[in-house]
Design a protein around this ligand. Structure first.
Ligand SMILES: Nc1ncnc2c1ncn2[C@@H]1O[C@H](COP(=O)(O)OP(=O)(O)OP(=O)(O)O)[C@@H](O)[C@H]1O
Ligand SMILES: [Mg+2]
Length: 384
């Protein structure tokens, strides 16, 4: 399909035959490169603006993202913007928006040229139609998970997974997900100076300003799933502190929003929303693995998420349950052994006393035997 100037409603941009280039701010009709001309703004985000443009050489529409003029002077903001383009180019997943070019205008304004997506963001969908069905939620979570798996394999953490950054492209057979906005993505374990991200979707460790790993994206995906199903945020609050406190207390049950066959999905979400990253799915790949088992109807108790490094082992809640049971069994065994040892000690004492002073033997042994009986009773009560 060839889209001419008419279809964009763009005013002529070549007064006197000389193209007018974008300098420090994008304007309608201005050229970004000799072949890309701006049509109109599509959206303005916190980090910049996204424009509809025409690629004159290809006769096709493209999207151009510009860095915000307000952060142009910041070296770190410029680095992040360039890193976003590089991350998009490296990931090469069908579920991540495709990047065509990166450049800087003559006015020193960085830009990224991308495929133009047609559809709406997940946020817009939920605002228009309300909460989603469990089936659609699972499908969206699965596709975002595929995009994140690829990023995590490359050592990239998105750090800002939220419904505004999940785009639903119109396609005949249901929505096709494209993950957007790697604007604050970082390398795994990279040190961070500031708390960056969107508080209601941020993992507790991210809110605390710690360096984050793939488990932070798993948390955000869990929040997105909860939000899609219920239309509500799992962790409310007006400040970072109150959201963080709410996250530590855990989310309200989702039971009412899930029919019985899908109730395992709630357990998957609980696994993604473990406050301690150690107990969360290790990365998007492990989270998808658990989700696939859920869809196959396999009980999640059998879930064994692949571990990347033993030092970073992050058991799922199901695995955590196994650990708790194993520790209880160990305690029982220790209690039995100590009970047997105490009985043996008491018997040896009684034999010794009975042999030397038979008359006082019974009186002397009674408190010891009483103590052993009380200790046994206490241990049994504690283990119940
Ligand atoms: N390739 C694209 N095609 C169509 N629309 C897009 C495209 N990329 C982004 N958008 C639209 O622009 C919005 C902002 O994009 P993006 O999230 O990348 O920018 P941002 O400035 O980093 O936003 P924020 O800081 O608010 O998250 C998206 O929510 C989406 O509506
Ligand atoms: Mg965004």
């Amino acid at each position: 399909m060839v889209l001419g100037r008419q279809s964009f409603g763009v005013p002529p941009a070549i007064p006197g035959g000389r193209p007018c280039y974008v300098a420090t701010a994008p304007v309608e009709g201005a050229f970004v490169t000799p072949t890309i001309r701006l049509a109109r703004p599509l959206a303005r985000g916190g980090m910049g603006s996204v424009w509809l443009a025409e690629h004159l050489g290809l006769g096709a529409p493209v999207a151009v993202k510009f860095m915000s003029e307000t952060t142009l002077e910041s070296r770190s903001a410029r680095d992040l913007f360039q890193q976003e383009a590089a991350a998009l180019a490296r990931i090469r997943s069908p579920h991540v928006v495709q990047v065509f070019d990166f450049g800087i205008t003559p006015g020193n304004l960085p830009f990224i040229v991308m495929e133009l997506l047609e559809g709406e963001t997940l946020q817009d969908r939920i605002e228009r139609y309300g909460r989603l069905s469990p089936r659609l939620t699972v499908e969206i979570v699965r596709q975002v998970g595929v995009a994140l798996s690829r990023a995590h394999q490359l050592g990239i953490v998105h750090r800002d997974i939220k419904p505004e950054n999940v785009f639903l492209v119109e396609s005949g057979g249901g929505p096709f997900v494209k993950v957007l906005d790697f604007g604050i993505a970082s390398e795994v374990g990279a040190a961070t100076d500031d708390v960056v991200g969107t508080p209601h979707f941020m993992a507790p460790e991210q809110m605390a300003g710690a360096s984050v790993g793939p488990t932070a994206d798993v948390w955000s995906l869990g929040v997105v799933a909860y939000y899609c199903l219920s239309g509500r945020l799992p962790f409310a609050g007006r400040s970072l502190g109150s959201i963080s406190a709410s996250a530590r207390h855990g989310a309200a049950p989702l039971g009412g929003f899930l029919s019985e066959p899908m109730s395992g999905f709630e357990r998957w979400i609980a696994g993604a929303l473990e406050p301690d990253p150690f107990f969360r799915y290790a990365d998007a790949c492990a989270a998808l693995d658990a989700l696939a088992r859920l869809l196959d109807g396999t009980p999640l108790e059998l879930e064994t998420a692949p571990r990347r490094r033993s030092a970073e082992r992050t058991p799922s809640p199901e695995r955590d349950g196994t650990l708790v049971r194993r520790r209880l069994a160990q305690r029982r065994l220790a209690s039995r052994l100590s009970g047997t040892f105490a009985l043996g000690l008491a018997a040896a004492f009684a034999v010794f006393v009975g042999w030397t002073r038979p008359k006082e033997a019974l009186a002397a042994a009674r408190p010891v035997l009483d103590w052993v009986a009380a200790a046994e009773a206490h241990a049994t009560t504690w283990l119940e």
